[in-house]
Design a binder for this molecule. Structure first.
Ligand code: PRP
Ligand code: HPA
Ligand code: MG
Length: 188
């Protein structure tokens, strides 16, 4: 049986990501000037973005993570979120910034915002590296957006396909020539 290789086309370079993170951090530094902030990363995808963003901020931050997953080994959301790790910090009365790699259907972010709202934070905002609206199923506000990417399944810089490619330095479009099979007409 022959093995098919994934085709990867770079759409955002590491340099472009670095520059974007500086710009996002400038804005966040200005908006939260003189205040304390808790960053909450959504594992696993956000681990690299959070690490880079956190080091570009010039304010006191605390860092925590949740683990949410819904994609498994495929390229479509199962629509069911597995919540396997909660935050450990108390966010009651605190400003929170959720750090996410990609917002796609919106299910993951909506789920987390609902969970966090029950913990009594002073504010909850969201910073995502990639906003991809093609398959959005639920409306959810994103306050800081790195890149609007119209379509495709993306990997690299934390984003995976079946747990592969998270360590690529840039963002890549996975198998663009196979897309008609990967996306059903109702997703377009
Ligand atoms: O807007 P959505 O359609 O919900 O998709 C976005 C979420 O999907 C991915 O997580 P995934 O379930 O693949 O887990 P992972 O972070 O461990 O890769 C990604 O990292 C986001 O958290
Ligand atoms: O395009 C994507 N790539 C990787 N993970 C994802 N989770 C939602 N959308 C994506
Ligand atoms: Mg994933």
């Amino acid at each position: 049986m022959s093995e098919t290789r994934d085709e990867l086309i770079e759409i955002i370079s590491k340099d472009e990501i670095d520059n974007k993170i500086k710009a996002l951090a400038d804005q966040i530094n200005r908006d939260y000037s003189g205040q304390e902030l808790i960053l909450i990363g959504i594992l696993k995808g956000a681990f690299i973005f959070l690490a880079d963003l956190a080091r570009a901020l010039n304010m006191p931050v605390k860092i925590d993570f949740v683990r949410l997953s819904s994609y498994g080994s495929g390229t479509d959301s199962s629509g069911r979120i597995t919540f396997s790790k909660d935050i450990e910090l108390d966010i009651g009365g605190k400003h929170v910034l959720v750090v996410e790699d990609i917002v796609d259907t919106g299910y993951t972010l909506k789920y987390l915002k609902d969970v966090l709202a029950l913990k009594g934070p002073l504010s909850v905002k969201v910073c995502c590296l990639i906003d991809k609206r093609e398959r959005r199923k639920v409306e959810v506000d994103v306050d800081y957006v790195g890149f609007d990417v119209p379509r495709g399944f993306l990997v690299g810089y934390g984003l995976d396909y079946n747990e592969q490619y998270r360590n690529l330095p840039g963002i890549f479009h996975l198998n663009p020539s196979y897309e008609p099979k990967a996306y059903t007409p109702s997703d377009r």
